[in-house]
Every structure is written in C-alpha cells, then in structure tokens.
Ligand binder design. Sequence first.
Ligand SMILES: *Cc1c(COP(=O)(O)O)cnc(C)c1O
Length: 358
Amino acid sequence: MKPFPRAEISRSALQHNMKRLCEIAPSSQVMAVVKANGYGHGLLNVASCLDTADGFGLARLEEALILRSGGVKAKLLLLEGVFRTEDLYKLVEHDIETVVHHSSQLDMLEKVTLSSPVQVWLKIDSGMHRLGFTPEEFHLMYERLMQCDNVAKPVHLMTHFACADEPNNPMTSAQFEVFSGLTRDLPGHRTLANSAGTLYWKETQADWVRAGIALYGVSPVIGDLGRDHGLLPAMDLVSRLIAVRRHKAGEPVGYGSHWLAKQDTQLGIVAIGYGDGYPRNAPEGTPVWINGRLVPIVGRVSMDMLSVDLGIDASDQVGDEAVLWGSELPVEVVAEHIGTIAYELVTKLTPRVAVCLD
Ligand SMILES: *Cc1c(COP(=O)(O)O)cnc(C)c1O
C-alpha cells in the first residue's frame, strides 16, 4: 500500500519543465536550483530526473556533498559560498564551484593552500542589498580574486534580483543596468536570472539562468500559475480520509470549536496536519481536492489531521484520497488562501511525509 501522507513527485513533469525552460531561455545554460532538498521534492530524486541539467545550484556544502555521493557528475555551485576555511578543501576534493559575496570569503581564499584552484562566481549587489559587493567595492574585490592563485580564471559574475516577480517593477531593469555596466568588458560567464527573471525579463537570461521554483512547475509570480508558462506541477501532496461523519447544523469541529456548521452536512477528516508541514494557519475555505471536486477546510488544522466539509450528499468513503495540492489544485492557489508563497509550502513538508518518485 502507498504511504500516507506522501508527496508524489512526477519524473515526467520535472523533465518537461526542464525542456520548457530550455525553450524559454534558448541561448542560456540552465542551472537547476535544488537547494532545500530540491524544494521539498527530494534532492537526489530531482537530480536523477534532471540528468540533462547543465549544472545544479545549492545553498549548503552538505547538499552538494549529497549529490556527489549520489554519483552526480554535473557542475555544482554553492549559491552562498562557503562559511569556513575547511570547506574550501571540500570544494577542491569534490569539484564544486562557489560564490564569493563577502570579503571574509576572499580572506579565506587568500590565506589557504589548495592543491588546485577553485572556480569562483563573484556576486555583485546590484540593488537587493542582501549579499554581494557594492558597485564601489566591486573592482577591488575583482582585482583581489584575479591576484589569488587559489582562484581559477576567468572569474564568473553573478547578481540576484529583488523584485523580478513583479513584472512592472522597474527595479529589475535598474539592477540589470548596474550589473551590465560593471561587467561590460570582463571575461567569464554571467548569471542574473532566477525563475521570475527567466520568465519575465528575457534580456537578463545571459549565459546561465538559475531556475528553482519554475523547475517544479510553479509560477514565482503572484496571480499566475505554472501552467500559464507551459510548466507542469511536479508534486502532488496526497493523504486520505480517516473518518467520514454526519454533522448537524450548529455543531462545531476541532480545537477551539470556532467553526459551526450552517446546515446539516458530512465532515471528512484528512490525515495531514501541521506535523506534516501543512500550515496550521490555513483558514476555513482553503480548498482540498477529493474525488474530483474541491471541498473547503473547516475548523482548525491540527497536528495530525484537518477537517473538510464534504456536503450532505457526499458519498466519500474512509480511505479515499485527498490531494492538498498538485496537478488538480495548484499549490499557488493554496498558498494564496493561506497567505504565503508556494516556495514555503513545498519546502516545509516534514520528514513524516514520504517523498515518492513515480
Ligand atoms: C534560490 C535561488 C535561486 C532560484 O530562485 P527561484 O525563484 O526558485 O527560481 C536563484 N538564485 C539564487 C542565488 C538563489 O538563492
């Protein structure tokens, strides 16, 4: 029997999305961003489906090491770089590339003795003001990298967008101008665009696009869906009904007893809750897909279960499957009900949810 709850990951959807991104960014290489356990889809699952990716982007050295021990040979880039000198030896040993965004990382590179040089992507702060060197610092840092024997040449160049998910926000063009101006005459590869940049700001695609959420079939932009860009959702979050109950008008359900049925109905109890990563703050009315239709959550989400209003005429049975999000119910829609973004929903699933590749 299949485990419940489970995140069913579709190999064909992942592969389709990869192909689609190559069409959307035909002159760029695609770095598949698989940090945070492949956005909750399973790091090695995703990497094994995407053996055509030109490279993988990760946030932590540990994630890159899991890919290398899993036999992944592709280019790997640490998007935040390394935090300790010891990690530099691991980069050389496992052929992992790194971002340098802070002078402390440059200090480490200048002091260490490495058996071969490391490929560095120098990160420019073009306006997000989170990581990276300001335009004023950039030339000095670039010079220091050029002088450093532990750094492979040429140095590659990157920046990250703050507002690319807002198609009318002039910030992205301003950041593009800053980056282009600083890097105009330099050798090396360039990368600027995340998923939103790749989809909405084609002029920023450059040598590499760094696509995360789009790879999983999800739109980064509030108000549109992955399918609007020809992408397919890669995750179905599935559980099942563990109780179906007759419920009278005026009766409450769940902790706090704050929801009261307006009329006689049947309630379904679904075996998933915040202990699985389904948010406790999902309000009444958040949809769940059961037996071919959407039904609303009622009452509070608890640790191990939640309640839905199946309606008086429902014929749903204990054991029937309930889809919390997926191909029939886009995770973007669920996220909007809950007041969060799809990124958070998919990455927050807990280890109690079995991740199953089809
Ligand atoms: C996470 C991340 C990405 C991918 O972002 P998406 O919006 O998921 O496409 C790209 N670049 C960097 C530096 C990141 O940290």
